[in-house]
Design a protein around this ligand. Structure first.
Ligand code: GUN
Ligand code: ZN
Length: 674
């Protein structure tokens, strides 16, 4: 059974709860590495004075020193460290590699047995660390040995949780196959190993590829640990890639050489005139004072600073996940070093895996942080969905209006909106051209269409993406007349190209549009409903019964739809922050009536159906059906095993996660059976 639970997602990042025999911790989390004998700061102080939740120590070191071993055998690793919180132990893999210990120096099964005997909360197998310098053949052999040891270790774990490390060097296919094998074994945590030298050499792009490859085939309910990642500059990006656990020996190693860790990079004390930090150390001393201290005291001060800086960054990461803001944090950190910036770009350009994991229905604004912004999962999801699902493909006239994308479109161009509302979709379509792509008027309020804060001026790099996405949209449309309303905005620059290719006429005002005949029975509300049903649930509006009886309640102040009703019963509410519908219970019935696809149906065990009927959330452990294509954040219906409707709500997890997890919420119920 898994001990992990997801509370929120952002990209591949998970805000989680992980339950060990010595307490539950919040993830992503950082475990300071403590030496069993000469830890300058005690584990208790790491928790109480620095805000950490868990520590990691080394079972090989304990085992090879008589004093530590005797104490650990007598009173457990918790007694040895004088700490009753969660403790993870490593196996000695890194020492084998780093000190070139002889094969056979550590017995792979004995070391697992030893970790269990001293009561470690999470033990680690003795995997084989492949140096990035060795060739592929050697890495293949190392992976084979690691997998064999993994296989033999699992039956020995007993009550202890066990970490099965993924190796495979810089070879993505070896990482993938290694992860696939380990996924089949009963592990509780999966570290990604062998990356320390890559980190030391600033080879972050390779780490991005390694993490993505390793993550691809792991069961989602097991936390992923990035072994040896202790620099706060890397936390946001690594978390965004789906790493849940981190360990840091860096705080001590860097301190010993006079270096200070910051989320923005590393600084040497010798080079500083000021201490650019708000931690208790830096706030109560200065560079001169620090330099006057003798080495042990100075080391201790720098260590303390390094720990404070690391703990604070991890807190920022967790808050950012909750707020849907981890991309901005990772983007900000990526300017800390050009190689990190390159890694960020690598990640964004290989983002399909991240897109699939990113939840829908976000509401946070999207701040432009550079050309990668256009590849953010929210944007990719929105534009690919528009291409796949926008229901209007044929019209007489299409009007393209360039826009920056940060203000309500209707506000900057009320006249065009007024004209379009008077006409049917067969007559006139309105498409906003924004830096992130084409936004049909019917979907203008869907996040992130108007939540993007872009600069006024745009470079060539961005406009390449803009142009490509406009092409995709127009290639999907058939029209007789096309107009491009020229406006003084950045995206107007792609106009000439588009006009030429699609035979659009450039206009400076809306006179030509006003000449288009009006459709007396045009219903702009139905047009939006139709488009939104298609966008959200891939539903064909023509399947709706009694659609002539629909009533629309619009907001007096904004003119936007608020509710869709029939027979005075609300079916759908439009959430202003996401621009998406949430169905009521009746709306849920309506969706079923319209043949709602299996992707949007989550079934739970009959014996717990009453909980959902009472308005409680549907828990993952009771889910009997969830489609692997269901994305987190979707509005779904919850049914019993026979498919009868219990409630409607928002999926917290994606379909695969719902099936894998045995803890936590799968769907947050919004409305339930009356
Ligand atoms: N510590 C740092 N890297 C590694 C690794 O690859 N494996 C193990 N077991 N520990 C590590
Ligand atoms: Zn500080």
């Amino acid at each position: 059974m898994s001990h992990f639970e997801i509370r929120a997602k952002d990209g591949l990042a998970r805000l989680g709860r992980f339950t060990t025999a010595h307490g539950t911790v919040k993830t992503p989390l950082l475990m300071p590495v403590v030496h069993p004998g000469k830890s300058a700061i005690t584990p208790r102080d790491l928790i109480d004075k620095f805000g950490f939740q868990m520590v990691i120590t080394n079972s090989y070191i304990i085992r090879s020193h008589d004093r530590f071993r005797a104490k650990a055998i007598e009173s457990g690793v918790h007694g040895l460290l004088d700490f009753d919180g969660p403790i993870m132990t490593d196996s000695g893999t890194f020492q084998m590699y780093f000190h070139g210990l002889a094969e056979g120096e550590i017995d792979p099964l004995e070391i697992v047995e030893f970790q269990k005997s001293i009561g470690s909360d999470i033990g680690t197998i003795l995997d084989v660390f492949s140096d990035p310098k060795v060739g592929r053949t050697k890495v293949e052999q190392d992976v084979a040995v690691s997998l064999e040891r993994a296989r033999l270790s699992v039956p020995e774990k007993g009550e202890m949780m066990l970490a099965g490390t993924i190796q495979g060097g810089i070879y993505e296919d070896l990482r993938e196959s290694s992860a696939k094998e380990l996924a089949l074994m009963d592990f509780d945590v999966h570290p990604i190993g062998g990356v320390v030298p890559l980190m030391e050499q600033y080879r972050y792009s390779e780490i991005v590829r390694i993490v993505l490859a390793s993550k691809k085939h792991l069961p989602p309910d097991r936390p992923v640990h990035l072994f040896g990642c202790g620099h706060p500059m890397l936390f946001a990006q690594a978390a965004l890639l789906g790493c849940d656990l981190f360990d840091s020996a860096s705080y001590a190693k860097f301190a010993e050489s006079g270096r200070m860790l910051f989320p923005t990079g590393t600084m040497h004390l010798d080079q500083l005139e000021e201490l650019p930090c708000e931690c208790p150390i830096c706030s109560t001393t200065d560079v001169k004072e620090l330099l006057k201290l003798d080495k042990p005291d100075r080391d201790l001060s720098l260590m303390s600073h390094n720990l404070h800086a690391s703990a604070a960054e991890m807190r920022r990461v967790r808050q950012a996940i909750r707020d849907g803001k981890l991309f901005e944090l990772a983007a900000a950190r990526s300017v800390g070093h050009p190689t990190l910036l390159e890694a960020f770009s690598t990640m964004m350009r290989n983002s399909e895996q991240i897109v699939q994991s990113d939840p829908l229905g976000k509401s946070a604004s999207i701040m432009y942080t550079g050309p990668e912004t256009l590849h953010r999962p929210e944007m990719v999801t929105f534009h690919s969905r528009v291409i796949e699902r926008y229901p209007y493909h044929t019209t007489e006239t299409v009007l393209l209006v360039p826009h920056l994308g940060d203000r309500p479109f209707a506000d900057t161009l009320p006249k065009a909106v007024e004209e379009i509302r008077k006409r049917s979709n067969e007559r006139l379509l309105l498409i906003f051209v924004t830096p992130s792509g084409a936004i049909p008027w019917e979907l203008e309020h869907v996040h992130p269409a108007q939540q993007c804060i872009f600069p006024q001026h745009f470079g060539e790099i961005e406009l390449v993406v803009t142009l490509q996405r406009i092409h995709e949209m127009l290639d999907n449309l058939t029209f007789k007349h096309g107009f491009w309303l020229t406006r003084d905005t950045a995206t107007d620059k792609v106009g000439p190209d588009i006009q030429r290719q699609y035979g659009l006429e450039r206009i400076e005002n809306l006179e030509r549009i006003e000449e288009i005949p009006i459709d007396d029975n045009a219903s702009w509300e139905k047009r939006k409903l139709h488009a939104l049903l298609a966008y959200q649930w891939d539903i064909d509006f023509s399947k709706m019964q009694d659609s002539q009886k629909l009533q629309f309640v619009t907001s007096r102040s904004t003119g936007k739809i608020r509710y869709v009703k029939r027979n005075d019963k609300i079916l759908f509410t439009l959430v202003p922050t996401t621009g998406l519908f949430t169905p009521t219970y009746e709306g849920g019935l309506e969706l079923i009536q319209m043949n709602l696809d299996a992707r949007y149906r989550v079934a739970i065990k009959n014996e717990v159906s009453e909980f959902v009927v009472k308005g409680k959330s549907a828990l993952a452990k009771f889910v009997t059906h969830a489609d692997p294509l269901l994305r987190a954040g979707e509005e779904v219906i919850v049914t019993d095993e026979q498919g009868s409707l219990l409630g409607v709500g928002r999926a917290l997890l994606n379909g695969s996660e719902m099936r894998a997890f045995s803890r936590g919420v799968a769907v947050t119920t919004r409305h339930s059976k009356p």
